[in-house]
Design a protein around this ligand. Sequence first.
Ligand code: HEC
Ligand code: HEC
Ligand code: HEC
Ligand code: HEC
Ligand code: HEC
Ligand code: HEC
Ligand code: HEC
Ligand code: HEC
Ligand code: HEC
Ligand code: HEC
Length: 248
Amino acid sequence: MRKRFLPITIITTILAVTAVAGYLLPQPTHALPPRLLLVNKGGNVIFTHQQHSKDFQLKCGQCHHYTASAETAPPKCESCHPTIFDKQYVDMHKEQFSNEAYCNACHHNSEASNFDHDAHLEYTDKDCQACHHDADIEAKPSNCADCHEHKSEADMPTLRDAAHKRCKDCHEDIFEEGLKGCSQCHVRDRKPLSPPEFEKPCSDCHEHPVNDLIPNTTNAFHGQCRGCHRTTGKGPYGDDFCYHCHIK
Ligand code: HEC
Ligand code: HEC
Ligand code: HEC
Ligand code: HEC
Ligand code: HEC
Ligand code: HEC
Ligand code: HEC
Ligand code: HEC
Ligand code: HEC
Ligand code: HEC
């Protein structure tokens, strides 16, 4: 009786081993990888890419949140979320993108604004001094940028700080939203950028270091994977569920 089962046992074992090996080995880069092996110090993670996108019906853009349209392979998360934004990253990063549209994700052009001057004359009952200086400083109301510059000088606030201070008198709530509030007044320009924009360091305009503006690799993955599981109440996210993603 037992001998009859031997061939079946052998075949089943081979199939099982093949399946497990296929599951654990890293996949070559296809247009749509079924699974991905993410190697890291917390214990490797096997990410069920196809299951997430097909079975859980998640749109590509929910995870690949910066993908140039008409692009089949989105850039790796690490190309924008490195371990650290050091000199090595800055030296290497320009070659990591297939399309210059990606440059705007960080080197944005933010000249355009939503500010409606006429509407504000109504909101302030035509009180020009709600924003402008009196005649001691401004002979007549003019553009803040005529006097306030990009870079700070002694006793003279930058354009950013000067304008924001006035707007904050009435819009403190927007500024409390931090980076998420910027776009209520500033409109990002998605046109491809030219060298002058690249020459400005982030700190010219932002008070925070780059690492606080853009999450590093681990925070990007944890933020996205655990963040979605937390908000949807599906999939592992809590402190007791580390090993539902990481292999011990
Ligand atoms: C939803 C899945 C998921 C859960 C839950 C999760 N992680 Fe992670 N974790 C990841 C992914 C994905 C990465 C990044 C993989 C990569 O860098 O390619 C990662 C990276 C890490 C790293 C790597 C740091 C480094 O420098 O390489 C550590 C450590 C870590 N996780 C610890 C934890 C701990 C501790 C918990 C539980 C409190 C946890 N993780 C829960 C998915 C998860
Ligand atoms: C739930 C999140 C999620 C969804 C949805 C998703 N992806 Fe991904 N995808 C990832 C992650 C994470 C990686 C690994 C990126 C890395 O290693 O930096 C990846 C990797 C890839 C890669 C391989 C890139 C490489 O260089 O190895 C391709 C191609 C890809 N995705 C295409 C798509 C397409 C097309 C869709 C929509 C049909 C999609 N993905 C949906 C999270 C997702
Ligand atoms: C082309 C560059 C680029 C790529 C590629 C990219 N990101 Fe980002 N990511 C950014 C920038 C810039 C920010 C900060 C501004 C913002 O939120 O848009 C960010 C923010 C985030 C945040 C914080 C969002 C929030 O609301 O606070 C998470 C989480 C994240 N990325 C995860 C990922 C993951 C995971 C991948 C790969 C699937 C990825 N990113 C690919 C540029 C990129
Ligand atoms: C994930 C964010 C990010 C993306 C996307 C990005 N950069 Fe950068 N880039 C940076 C950071 C951070 C610096 C350093 C700025 C600083 O010193 O404050 C920088 C600096 C630069 C510099 C000046 C430093 C040098 O080496 O000369 C150039 C030029 C540049 N980037 C070009 C590009 C181009 C071209 C692209 C698109 C192909 C691009 N960057 C995409 C983040 C990014
Ligand atoms: C809510 C704030 C606010 C109030 C109130 C305000 N302004 Fe302005 N004004 C600005 C800002 C900010 C600018 C800079 C241009 C811009 O960002 O649109 C400006 C620019 C101007 C300019 C230069 C426009 C140009 O294109 O050269 C004139 C002139 C001006 N204001 C006149 C006035 C007068 C007159 C009043 C009162 C009747 C007034 N403003 C009230 C905020 C204000
Ligand atoms: C004609 C030049 C000139 C113009 C135009 C100008 N400023 Fe100023 N601003 C100054 C000078 C000079 C100081 C520094 C002297 C001081 O602190 O009173 C200053 C200081 C400030 C300060 C800090 C001191 C304070 O009053 O709280 C703020 C805020 C400010 N400006 C906002 C603005 C805004 C907003 C605009 C445009 C609506 C503007 N300024 C237009 C010259 C100008
Ligand atoms: C004296 C109070 C006051 C000041 C100062 C002020 N605002 Fe407003 N703002 C308002 C009111 C009132 C509204 C209309 C109600 C609302 O949306 O909150 C408004 C609305 C807005 C809106 C929404 C769109 C619109 O125009 O209705 C934007 C954007 C805006 N303000 C930008 C600014 C900027 C930029 C500054 C600084 C230059 C500024 N505000 C200064 C009172 C003010
Ligand atoms: C309530 C509206 C409002 C909000 C919110 C706001 N800004 Fe502004 N910002 C302005 C106005 C108005 C100016 C002056 C524009 C001018 O006069 O040309 C300005 C100027 C600036 C400048 C100076 C422009 C330059 O090129 O030097 C920078 C940088 C800036 N803002 C960055 C930010 C960032 C980053 C955020 C989010 C953290 C933000 N702003 C949020 C209204 C706002
Ligand atoms: C010329 C001024 C300027 C420079 C230089 C600058 N920023 Fe910004 N940044 C802004 C303004 C204005 C906003 C708000 C409007 C917007 O979203 O474009 C902003 C917004 C942002 C946001 C929030 C975007 C979002 O969608 O929530 C991030 C992240 C950011 N900047 C990162 C960077 C990094 C990284 C660099 C350097 C590579 C950089 N910035 C260089 C002015 C600047
Ligand atoms: C945009 C939402 C979203 C993102 C981003 C996301 N997930 Fe999920 N995840 C889900 C949903 C929905 C489920 C299904 C849970 C269920 O059906 O009970 C799930 C289930 C899981 C499960 C348990 C089922 C399985 O596939 O083994 C794991 C493990 C998991 N996710 C890992 C990850 C990792 C690792 C990442 C980041 C690389 C990630 N997820 C990103 C939505 C997301």
